[in-house]
Write a protein that binds this ligand. Structure first.
Ligand code: TYD
Length: 230
């Protein structure tokens, strides 16, 4: 079966436009949301319509996950990992608003977290290979054009989280964040032949981080502007 992101499709106004699926990854407090907003502004400035989305989603599986992460419901790490994979499938294949449908319509989709979050957060409790297998259907449905990892020191992340919130999720502790960061790099290495990932130093000032992310993204959206829109 041909993969969706490989073929240009017609968008709503009949122009040939290739959708893009660009994923932002990082520890909690790494500045993903801030940078996604900045990148979306840049895209809008270029006349490129984009959509931002995130995982866990605000759908039924996503709310179940949040209840577990925030301690309102008891859970087992294996159950959480499986729910994240299910939430992801729903996020991808939902009619009309699903990521696959949006990319199919030629949209640039900016997504806050995708399967590398599962590889990093759940490999603390389970074998990475099991989590990769659990997510293999998602990888088959849609592989990101690019994953941008915003790398920030776990200590800095925790300071930022504490400054912004009263309550911390179950993962927001220094030892856990350190382990998660390590797991991210292990997963990038494990999947270096199949996934396109760039790491950006997120400890730099916001403007500088944005500039570097933009440099990495530009080749993906530039070709789109040149061949499909102008
Ligand atoms: P996120 O929405 O980024 O956090 P917040 O809204 O609090 O800024 O993600 C919530 C948590 O979910 C985060 O700690 C990472 C975790 N997570 C996983 O454990 N596995 C996953 O597959 C994903 C996508 C997120």
């Amino acid at each position: 079966m041909p993969l969706l992101w490989q073929k240009p499709l017609k968008n709503d106004v009949g122009q040939m436009a290739e959708g893009r699926f660009l994923v932002f990854e990082g520890l909690d407090g790494s500045g993903k949301t801030t940078q996604m907003t900045r990148i979306q502004k840049r895209l809008t400035g270029m006349g490129i319509e984009s959509v931002t989305t995130c995982e866990p989603t605000d759908g039924p599986v996503g709310s179940l996950i949040r209840d577990m992460l925030e301690g309102r419901m008891s859970s087992d790490p294996r159950t959480i990992a499986a729910l994240f994979a299910a939430d992801r499938t729903d996020h991808l294949v939902k009619p009309e608003t699903g990521v696959q449908a949006l990319v199919g319509k030629g949209r640039v989709v900016l997504c806050d977290r995708y399967y590398f979050s599962s590889y990093a957060y759940h490999a603390r409790d389970m074998d990475l290979e099991w989590i990769i297998t659990l997510n293999s259907l998602n990888a088959q449905i849609l592989r990101p054009d690019l994953t941008i990892f915003i790398d920030v020191a776990p200590e800095t992340c925790l300071d930022r989280i504490r400054a912004g919130r009263h309550r911390l999720d179950m993962y927001e502790k220094i030892d856990i964040l350190k382990q998660v960061r390590h797991n991210y790099f292990a997963a990038f290495d494990r999947l270096r032949n199949t996934e396109k990932v760039v790491t950006v130093d997120g400890d730099a000032p916001e403007d500088a981080v944005e500039k570097i992310i933009w440099q990495h993204l530009q080749p993906f959206v530039k070709s789109r502007v040149a061949s499909d829109i102008i």
